[in-house]
Design a protein around this ligand. Sequence first.
Ligand SMILES: [Zn+2]
Length: 311
Amino acid sequence: MMRLAIIASASLLVIGCSMATGEGDLGERTETVQPIVQSAPPPAPAPTPAPASTLKPLQGPSTFVFDGELTQGGWVRGQAPGGTRTAMLEETELVLDEEGRFFAAFDRDAAATTELAATLANGRRIVSPLNISSRDWQIERVNVAKRGGGTSEAWWAKREPEWNAIQAARKKKTAATGWSQNFIWPVTGRISGRFGRQRIYRGEPGSYHSGIDIAPGNGVPFVAPADGVVVLARNGFSLEGNLIIIDHGAGLNSAFLHSSRIVIEEGQSVKQGQHIGNVGSSGRATGPHLHWSLKWRDARLDPLLFTGPMN
Ligand SMILES: [Zn+2]
């Protein structure tokens, strides 16, 4: 059986897109529930890799070797020390491939310091401290009360199954290896909303923008930014509209909101650059745009730090 990092917390999130379209908050909120144990087999047709715990790559560096964006909303990718049995980012166990390579990432509100730690087969422990630089998030203070919209029982009766479907999809583990690639932009165009942007309503913080908004025009095709397995592809979500979620493996996944059209199906493997949908304004969106968000475990990440600026 595949040994994967445990999702310790089941903090839930509505991945709605908001401020770029001037809609304010979308009832985004967090709630703690019991973790959902996934019993279905992963849909990936690719072979399941050998259990990380038995790999014990003896060849390898003497300490962690890595590269990435060591900042809030950023990521790290590298290789664990030779002989590693388990590797952790603080409390989260990392998925190691056959060469001991790993991926990890840092939430929008990540603390200034964290650490990678490996326990070797011989019991030795190797720790690599990381400094995570803070970001200057776009904060807008407005003198209006925070809306409480989207909390009525009638609203929740419709929303709950959608919410559950999104959480279940994001917990699916596949053998996808897109996490090891350099990401490309799913589509290029005007950036109409940046990751992390937040409104403060008379001192009360609203939810921050959980992805990046790209507005190339209605109907423009967009592509998979990296290889993956489609874990959700469904029309008609009340906030997200026509929604695609792609698992890139190692706990990393992408969501694409508001499509006018979805051209792939759940369970399908997609390659980087493959057409997956078309830009639209389905769900709660005032104009056509693609909202692209990235998550690693429970950490919400800045897509711009994966692709670099648009050319
Ligand atoms: Zn958005």
